[in-house]
Design a protein around this ligand. Structure first.
Ligand code: ADP
Length: 416
C-alpha cells in the first residue's frame, strides 16, 4: 500500500467494528505545519461518530493531498490549510476535489493562518466549502464539533446519493421490463388480429358473430396502438441517440406531411413560423411535434381546428409554442396530463393511449429542455417547448414567413 503518512488514531478500549459499514471514517488533514498535524491528532483522540472510529490521513502539501485523495475515494472530510507551496495551494486542492474528481460528497473545512479576502469567500461558496476559519479561532472543542457535524452531513449526503442511484437503477429496470413486455406482446397481438380477420371472412358466421369479430379487431387495434406507444416510450433513452445538428423546420414539415390524411380528414389548418437549428435527434423531435400537433387537432369541438407553431428566443434558448383552438384543459388537470396513461376523456369521445405527452416530455428532457402547458377551457391550449440553443454561428432563425399546411385558407373560410 502506498505510504501516505496514514495514521490510525489509537482509541483505548474501542475495537473497530467489522464489515464495510464499520470501517472508520477517513479524515484527511492537509497542512505544511507538523504542529498542526500533532494538535489535530490530539483534538480528535477518542472521537467516534455513529459507532465508527476515525482514521486520520495526512498530507504536508497540496500536491500530496491530491495523491491521497485520488487514491482514497472514501475520504469523508478534508481539513485544509490554504497557504502551503503557494499562497492559494489549498484552493487548488478544493478545485481538484470538486472539478477534477467530481467529488461533491466529501466535506471540506478550511483552516487558514490568514483571514480571507472577498475573492476567497466566492470560492468558498462556489465549491461548497463547509467551514472557513482562522487557525486561532479553532479550539479543540470547535474542531471536534465541526468534525462531527461534517461527518453527519457526509453520511446523509452519501445515503441520499445511494438512494438516488438505487432509484435510477429501479427506474432503468422498470423501463427494461416495459420495453420487453411491450416488445414480446407484439407478435401474439399480430396473431390474434390475423386470425380474427380470417374468421371475419368465413362464410359460416352469422351477422351477430361477424359483429363480435369486428369488436375483437377494434379492441386488438387499440391494444396494438398502446403497445406501440409503450415501446416507443421505453425505447427513448435506450442506447445511443442519433445526435446531430437538426434544422427543425424540415423536421416539422416531414412530420406534418406524414400526418396529411389525418389532418385533412379533420379539416385542420397548421401554420409554422421559421424554426431554428438545434442539437438533437431528428426522429425524436419529429415524434414530439407529431404528438403535439395530433393532440392540438384531436381535442377539438371546432369544425376548423387550427394549430400554430411559434418560435422565439428566451433566456439564451428557444421557446417553441404549439397552440391550438381546442377544448382546453382545466387548471387542476394541467400537471396530471404528463403522467403515463393519464387521459381526461373516455376513449369513445377522443381516442388515444394516454402516453403521447409522456413521450413528448421525455424527448424534450433528453434534449436538455422543458415542456410546459398553458390552457383556457373552451379557448385552447399552448404547449411550450423550451430547448437549449446551439450557440454561434448557427444560432439564428432562418428568414421567411409562416408555412401553411392542411386545408387551404380559402377552403377553410368558405366552409365556415
Ligand atoms: P392521448 O392523446 O393518447 O390521450 P396524451 O398523453 O397525448 O394522450 O394526452 C393526455 C391527455 O391530455 C389527453 O387524453 C387529453 O385529455 C389531454 N390533452 C393533451 N393535449 C391536449 C390538447 N391539446 N388540448 C386538450 N387536452 C389535451
Amino acid at each position: 500500500m502506498t505510504d501516505f503518512g496514514e495514521e490510525s488514531l489509537d482509541f483505548a478500549g474501542e475495537a473497530p467494528a467489522g464489515g464495510a459499514t464499520g470501517q472508520p471514517w477517513q479524515i484527511l488533514v492537509v497542512d505544511d505545519d507538523p504542529d498542526i498535524h500533532t494538535a489535530t491528532r490530539l483534538a480528535l483522540d477518542g472521537l467516534r461518530y455513529a459507532g465508527r472510529d476515525l482514521q486520520v490521513l495526512r498530507a504536508e502539501s497540496a500536491g500530496r493531498a491530491r495523491e491521497v485523495l485520488a487514491a482514497h475515494r472514501d475520504v469523508a472530510l478534508v481539513l485544509l490549510d490554504v497557504v502551503m507551496e503557494s499562497d492559494a495551494a489549498g484552493f487548488d486542492v478544493v478545485r481538484f476535489i470538486r472539478e477534477e474528481l467530481k467529488n461533491d460528497l466529501v466535506r471540506i473545512v478550511i483552516r487558514t493562518g490568514q483571514p480571507g479576502a472577498e475573492a476567497t469567500r466566492d470560492l468558498v461558496a462556489r465549491y461548497k466549502v463547509d467551514d472557513y476559519r482562522t487557525k486561532l479561532e479553532m479550539t479543540f472543542e470547535h474542531l471536534r464539533t465541526i468534525v462531527i457535524s461534517s461527518l453527519r452531513t457526509f453520511d446523509l449526503l452519501r445515503q441520499l446519493d445511494q438512494q438516488r442511484r438505487d432509484l435510477l437503477d429501479a427506474n432503468l429496470q422498470l423501463e427494461q421490463f416495459a420495453y420487453f413486455a411491450a416488445h414480446d406482446l407484439q407478435a401474439p397481438l399480430r396473431g390474434i388480429a390475423g386470425f380474427a380477420r380470417i374468421l371475419r371472412n368465413s362464410e359460416h358466421l352469422d351477422d351477430r358473430c361477424v359483429s363480435l369479430v369486428e369488436d375483437i379487431l377494434a379492441s386488438g387495434a387499440e391494444l396494438q396502438m398502446l403497445v406501440q406507444d409503450l415501446l416507443q416510450l421505453s425505447r427513448l433513452g435506450r442506447g445511443a441517440m442519433e445526435w446531430g445538428e437538426i434544422a427543425l423546420g424540415p423536421v416539422v414539415e416531414r412530420a406534418l406531411r406524414a400526418m396529411e390524411p389525418e389532418l385533412s380528414s379533420r379539416r385542420a389548418r397548421i401554420t409554422v413560423d421559421p424554426l431554428p437549428t438545434i442539437r438533437g435527434s431528428a426522429r425524436q423531435l419529429g415524434q414530439l411535434f407529431r404528438n403535439l400537433v395530433e393532440n392540438g387537432t384531436k381535442f377539438q369541438r371546432s369544425t376548423e381546428p387550427q394549430v400554430h407553431i411559434s418560435c422565439r428566443r428566451e433566456d439564451g434558448g428557444w421557446r417553441i409554442g404549439v397552440s391550438d383552438n381546442g377544448i382546453g384543459i382545466a387548471p387542476g388537470d394541467l400537471q396530471r396530463i404528463f403522467e403515463p396513461f393519464r387521459r381526461l376523456h373516455a376513449r369513445d369521445e377522443f381516442p388515444g393511449t394516454g402516453l403521447g405527452l409522456s413521450i413528448c416530455r421525455k424527448v424534450v428532457e433528453l434534449h436538455g429542455g422543458t415542456l410546459r402547458v398553458e390552457s383556457t377551457v373552451g379557448e385552447g391550449t399552448t404547449f411550450k417547448v423550451r430547448l437549449p440553443s446551439l450557440g454561434p454561428p448557427n444560432d439564428v432563425l432562418p428568414a421567411g414567413g409562416a408555412v401553411h399546411f392542411g386545408v387551404a385558407a380559402s377552403e377553410a373560410e368558405s366552409s365556415g
